[in-house]
Ligand binder design. Structure first.
Ligand SMILES: Cc1ncc(COP(=O)(O)O)c(C=O)c1O
Length: 486
């Protein structure tokens, strides 16, 4: 028996002899750290998500147990160092376990500081809000603190809806948008997979992304529209951008029609694009925005909604309305806040926003060269700073007939996905981790930590170049081989 075995799941444990509550079969912290891959797999299957395990197996991720992580690298159970170009979907601006972040947290614990921010006024929540306002342009001054991107976006659309008023309850959102999976924001997340058949709010209007005419037509034809919500760079959609004029025209249209613009910067914000907020590239300021992911500096769960003061006051500015959407139990937790405060200081002290712009330009340049070298494999390279999408040619056009029977043994999810094969082989053969996108399975998403240096880019490019040099036929055969061997 392993430490995870439960001899009899359904039996009610007998009361202990002294009459107290009997102790269940619990795993200790040290035992958790020492779990074998077999133990983890069993617990994952029995208690977390058996279906997700299936996908991990397809990609070969189930063979890796991460023991530690530092800077740009994970270290696995065999001491293998894995270069992290996934970056937790943009959550790891500082890489893993940045020493200044660790030190701030350690000191906070040693001083026995308090955590809960909803009884007394918290100096940590107040200071973090002040820091976020200092990083935000215009009068984006009012901050709501939560613990995820979905929660920040829930706060954003609720606030905007209230500020727009009851006569203008409709919210415009974009095709291929991703704003989170909680019930409220699911209504503005454009993925059928996530929406499934849930009953969602029906006060929404969908428009194509980056199409200003569609926005104007919607605003003109429906006076009930009060809010528009857009990711400044679409992440889940496959790293899709709109041109600068789009954002300038959007701001003008919102002003003309009195519509509030909510910019979702959960993934593209916090310096990743080469500016603190991606919308700053276009010289415009939204009415409401949201941050999460790297705001927690890779060690805490922190999300924030940031609103123009005037908009905030309309929604929650009186004592009667102040508590409608005040912070939840874990909003503004002490250690999470000081982690985020130290993070913002490190971001500027180490000039990581400039580093993102510089390393991003270099990565883009090197990927463009690979695109020229492998035009039959790479279709497009796009993005800003260290938020980069690498799109592969459609599988059906690049796969020689001879490979069709080989691929037919694969799971349906992988059949059309060259990015799945390439991601799996980058990990297996080159110790490099990349990410996929929610809606476009031909795209690999590259969001390395902002501490990424040119040498890391060189390591990544050398791995990709060598892999692509195998050619499509060998890439597919090598991948299918790894499936059969797993
Ligand atoms: C643009 C965007 N908005 C919102 C979210 C939701 O964030 P979370 O997963 O922290 O709830 C995400 C997550 O990937 C995102 O990319």
């Amino acid at each position: 028996m392993t430490m995870l075995d439960k001899p009899n799941r359904t039996a009610v444990p007998a009361p202990s002899l002294d009459g107290g509550v009997p102790r269940p079969n619990l795993i200790s912290v040290e035992q958790a750290k020492a779990m074998s891959i077999g133990d983890i797999t069993t617990a994952f299957k029995d208690h977390l998500n058996p279906g997700q395990l299936h996908f991990m197996k397809l990609l070969g991720f189930h063979k890796v147990k991460i023991e530690s992580a530092e800077g740009m690298f994970y270290t696995d159970q065999n001491g293998r160092k894995i270069l992290d170009f996934f970056g937790g979907f943009g959550s790891l601006a500082f890489g893993h376990n940045h020493p200044r972040i660790l030190e701030a947290r350690r000191k906070f614990q040693d001083e026995k500081r308090h955590e809960i921010a909803i009884a007394f006024m918290s100096q940590y929540a107040a200071a973090l809000a002040k820091n976020i306002a200092a990083c935000s342009p215009g009068d984006l001054d009012m901050v709501f603190l939560g613990s995820s991107g979905s929660e920040a976006m829930e706060a954003a659309i609720k606030l905007a809806e209230r500020a727009a008023g009851p006569k203008r309850p409709k919210v415009v959102y974009a095709e291929n948008s991703f704003h989170g999976k909680t019930k409220g924001v699911l209504a503005i997340t454009d993925g059928q997979l996530y929406r499934a058949d849930f009953k969602l709010t029906d006060n929404t209007v969908r428009v194509p992304f980056a199409d200003i005419q569609a926005v104007e037509d919607a605003f003109r034809s429906d006076p009930e529209i009060g809010v528009i919500v857009l990711e400044t760079i679409q992440g889940g959609g496959g790293i899709i951008q709109a041109p600068a004029e789009y954002w300038q025209q959007l701001r003008a249209l919102c002003d003309r029609y009195g519509v509030l613009w909510v910019a979702d910067e959960v993934q593209c914000g916090y310096g990743r694009s080469g500016r603190f907020y991606a919308f700053e590239h276009y010289g415009v300021v939204p009415d409401v925005t949201a941050l999460a992911k790297s705001l927690g500096a890779g060690k805490a769960a922190v999300g924030a909604m940031i609103a123009r003061r005037e908009v905030y006051m309309k929604a929650y500015g009186t004592s009667k309305t102040a508590m409608i959407h005040a912070m939840a139990t874990f909003g503004g937790m002490g250690e999470a806040c000081i982690t985020a405060i130290e993070g913002i200081n490190v971001l500027y002290d180490e000039q990581l926003i400039d580093r993102a712009a510089d390393s991003g330009d270099y990565l883009f340049e090197r990927l463009q060269a690979l695109k020229e070298k492998y035009p039959k494999i790479i279709k497009d390279v796009r993005g800003k700073g260290l938020m980069v999408g690498l799109e592969f040619q459609d599988f059906s056009q690049t796969l020689p007939m001879v490979l069709r029977p080989v691929v037919s043994v694969l799971d349906d999810k992988l059949k059309g996905s060259l990015s799945g094969f390439i991601g799996a082989l980058l990990l297996r053969d080159y110790d490099v981790l990349v990410a996929f996108t929610e809606y476009n399975r031909n795209v690999i998403r590259l969001e390395p930590p902002l501490i990424c240096e040119r040498a890391h880019v060189d390591q990544f490019i050398a791995a990709l170049d060598d892999l692509l040099g195998r050619g499509i036929v060998r890439i597919v055969k090598d991948f299918v081989g790894s499936q059969i061997g797993s």
